[in-house]
Ligand binder design. Structure first.
Ligand code: EPU
Length: 417
């Protein structure tokens, strides 16, 4: 297994191009299952999760072609309705085939994803929604089995906004009969991006990006060519890295309007941030100031940036309180940060972080995608060398991370263990 070695103390300077968004690319590529013909997607990040998605689609009988950052999918040969355990276990987002397969084939069998390092992550809201559209749902031998003679539009209320839940139901409802209204839907930019691509295919969707989404079912959808939006979490991670190293970094090819909550908090830490078109220029403060934060569904502060912000607060002047309200177990990075000298106390879903002047490099273990990124940030700011193990998590969701940090002047390398 590879590891990443970071020697801290280097100020990051220069330009970095933000890649396409993993969490937008996954549902959009999967939406190809809804039509017959070649769909073309540009700006697809080169990531393990994208590779897993391509395998999953091929397994279902679709043809997939890749050339650089362009992925083409043709689901005319869609022949199987099952997403097997081996593929779903590698990537929870495989659950996103549930809606499209049910819409296209009227039946599907998808392995239950189970919990993961950050929480139990149930899919009850996906299933309840599909039942409201007329599907019969059963759970057999670890698989969700869903079937419907016909999907019929209905009102669906989310007890809490779920990103992939909203995406799954949008993809099921576009080919259902009549009108579906999703209430308390998720409002993340990835939802809007998926809705835009579905509309380009011929779907009729109103309100995506708000908490009430109305979908008028159509008989069929056509193939499209679309470009994946920039990754707001990758952008946030680089902004945090610039801030923690007192750096001077310009992010290009990003969507500043998607990272408003992150920019707001970073400014409160003392970072100087200017936005112009699709670039963000950030200059880190001499020492980070402390801020409190609470993770919330979009447009609130993203849970996918909580670990990276906790690292900033670990070296901030003063005390900060961080509340994680989305996932019940998303503080596993705390014990690793403590090993680097961070002063963090956790009580329930709240962490109290007392900033220390400097972290000290140590061997640490990555536990999930965003926690891995946070350990790299900690390493960039720490004295001496930090060795991050289990970095395969990073390959799932950050394109060329080591190369991008090196390009900004970080002393970072990846080695085979
Ligand atoms: N929830 C339920 N029942 C459900 C679905 C969700 O109780 O049926 C709860 C979850 O347990 C959680 C909350 O609702 O407490 C929100 O979860 P959500 O369903 O929105 O999460 P998700 O769709 O599984 C996506 C991203 C995550 C990101 C979350 C929150 C993708 C592929 N994944 O997950 O991204 O953290 O939304 O923004 O879009 C990552 O990229 O590292 C990552 C984990």
């Amino acid at each position: 297994m590879d590891k990443i070695i970071v020697k801290g103390g280097h100020r990051l300077c220069g330009n970095v191009k933000i890649s396409g968004a993993k969490n937008a690319a996954l549902p959009i590529i999967i939406a190809s299952l809804l039509n017959d013909g070649w769909n073309t997607f540009h700006n697809v990040p080169q990531l393990m999760d994208i590779e897993s998605t391509k395998l999953l689609l091929e397994n279902l009988g679709a043809q997939v072609e890749t050339s650089g950052h362009t992925v083409r999918v043709n689901a005319a040969g869609l022949s199987r309705h099952e997403a097997p355990y081996d593929l779903v276990r590698k990537m929870r987002a495989s659950i996103l085939v549930l809606g499209p397969l049910l819409a296209r084939l009227k039946k599907t069998r998808v392995s239950l994803p189970g919990g993961c390092a950050i929480g139990a992550r149930p899919i009850n809201l996906h299933l309840k929604g599909l039942e409201h559209l007329g599907a019969k749902i059963g759970l057999e031998h670890g698989y969700v089995e869903a079937a419907a003679q016909e999907l019929i539009g209905n009102e669906i209320y989310f007890d809490m906004p779920s990103v992939t839940g909203t995406e799954n139901l949008m993809m099921a409802a576009v080919l259902a009969k009549g009108e579906t209204v999703l209430r308390n839907a998720a409002r993340e930019p990835e939802i809007t991006a998926l809705a835009q691509v579905l509309c380009m295919m011929g779907a009729k969707i109103k309100g995506a990006g708000t908490s009430i989404i109305t979908i008028y079912g159509v008989d069929s959808l056509a193939p499209v060519t679309a470009t994946i939006i920039p990754d707001r979490i990758e952008a946030g991670t680089f902004m945090a890295a610039a801030a923690i190293t007192g750096g001077d970094v310009t992010l290009t090819d990003c969507r500043p309007d998607h990272v408003g909550g992150i920019i707001h908090k970073l400014k409160m830490t003392g970072a100087d941030i200017t936005v112009s078109g699709n670039t963000i220029h950030i200059v880190g403060p001499e020492r980070i100031g402390s801020v409190d934060l609470k993770t919330l569904p979009y447009p609130g502060f993203p849970t996918d940036m909580q670990a990276q912000f906790m690292v900033l607060m670990s070296v901030a002047r003063g005390l900060s309180i961080i509340s994680e309200t989305i996932f019940e177990n998303r503080f596993i990075h705390v014990s690793e940060l403590r090993r680097m000298g961070a002063d963090i106390t956790v009580s329930g879903n709240t962490a109290m972080v007392k900033g220390v002047p400097l972290l000290s490099g140590a061997p640490v273990m990555a536990t999930d995608l965003r926690a891995s990124a946070s350990l790299i940030l900690a390493g960039l700011a720490a004295a001496n060398t930090t060795e991050i193990n289990r970095v395969y998590h990073l390959d799932r969701g950050y394109e060329a991370l080591v190369e991008k940090f090196s390009g900004l002047g970080a002393n970072i390398r990846r080695v085979k263990n």
